[in-house]
Design a protein around this ligand. Structure first.
Ligand SMILES: C=C(O[C@H]1C=CC=C(C(=O)O)[C@@H]1O)C(=O)O
Length: 320
């Protein structure tokens, strides 16, 4: 874009690139198509590996995180919720930060992810490599996915998923199916599979269907975002728990981003590709804020959940 004005999407009926926060009551930023310039470039994967960074290993943040997880488990056991995703922010001091080198490393580390760099002078610099599609729409056909459950990839072992992860992911699939009941038809739920994201494995179920004639992209987005892969169940109770208890602001982490072109009046432009903003970080001068979370259910063990966020942050720190 050739100016620094901030534009917002009104109802996702515009054409452009959206960057939406976790909290759907806050506005989604839009880079309108008519203000954008498009470039296409081949990436050369040779990069300099000598970048170094200093991690802040902050034990109080471990204690805090575990405290919130224990509170969440108590609340689930008392019947207030079935699942809630608890996250945290980890700060990493950067020396010699090289955006292009980090971007190339993200591209080569996360081969199956949507890798992005997003910048607006009034908002900041974000980058990430997300394995999760929120929504793909072409004409009236849409695709989405239920993605949850995490384990570290270990090439020597058979992959076995425990009941905690299977249930945690099933809750997301059931939620998606239920939310789409009144706005979609011919719903197809594929077999659950294991996918790799960097050094981690997740459970994924692809879901597709046809949007009902009178349903809009806004309705579809509101039905899906935020799914229990990033928020919880029941959605509003989990969201309140997150906003009250996590001691930082998620802002765009666990929001979504991507192109919207769902404009019925523009015949050749009815495609939308939105991704959930996971495995992402915000760069502010010499500090990277890395955002990581995990799904908490009645079977969660607080220390293991901490370790899961630790593994997630480790795979992201490798690219810095
Ligand atoms: C919220 C995150 O991951 C979600 C997506 C995949 C697996 C997840 C999990 O195992 O808890 C989370 O639901 C994150 O990576 O910050």
């Amino acid at each position: 874009m050739n100016d620094d004005a901030l534009h917002y999407s009104k109802n996702y009926s515009e054409s452009g690139f959206v960057f939406a926060p976790f909290n759907s009551e806050e506005k989604a930023i839009l880079f309108p198509d008519e203000k954008a310039e498009f470039f296409q470039e081949k990436i050369d994967f040779k990069f300099n590996n000598s970048l170094n960074e200093i991690f802040i290993s902050d034990n109080s943040s471990k204690e805090n995180h575990i405290k919130i997880i224990e509170k969440a488990i108590d609340s689930i056991k008392m019947g207030a919720m079935q699942k809630v995703v608890i996250s945290r922010e980890e700060l990493v001091f950067l020396e010699n930060f090289d955006l292009v080198a980090v971007y190339k490393k993200l591209l080569s580390t996360y081969k199956n992810a949507f890798v992005y760099v997003w910048y607006h002078p009034k908002v900041g610099l974000w980058l990430g490599a997300t394995p999760e599609t929120l929504l793909e729409v072409e004409e009236e056909v849409f695709k989405t996915m239920s993605l949850a459950g995490t384990q570290v990839a270990n090439s020597n072992e058979n992959i076995v998923w425990k009941s905690k992860e299977l249930e945690e992911q099933q809750l997301v699939t059931d939620f998606i199916e239920h939310q789409l009941e009144n706005i979609a038809n011919s719903l197809q739920i594929n077999k659950t599979e294991t996918i790799k994201a960097g050094t981690l494995l997740h459970l994924r179920t692809k879901v597709s269907g046809n949007l009902n004639k009178n349903s809009s992209l806004k309705e579809l987005i509101s039905a899906l975002h935020p799914t229990p892969a990033v928020c919880g169940l029941p959605r509003n109770t989990a969201k309140e728990f997150i906003l009250e208890n996590e001691n930082y602001k998620r802002s765009f982490y666990t929001g979504f981003l991507g192109e919207i072109n769902f404009n019925p009046s523009q015949k050749d432009k009815k495609e939308t590709h939105l991704f959930v903003n996971l495995r992402c970080m915000k760069i502010d001068k010499n500090t990277a804020s890395i955002y990581i979370g995990g799904g908490i259910t009645k079977d969660s063990i607080a220390n293991k959940e901490w370790e899961e966020t630790f593994s997630k942050s480790k795979t992201m720190k490798r690219v810095l």
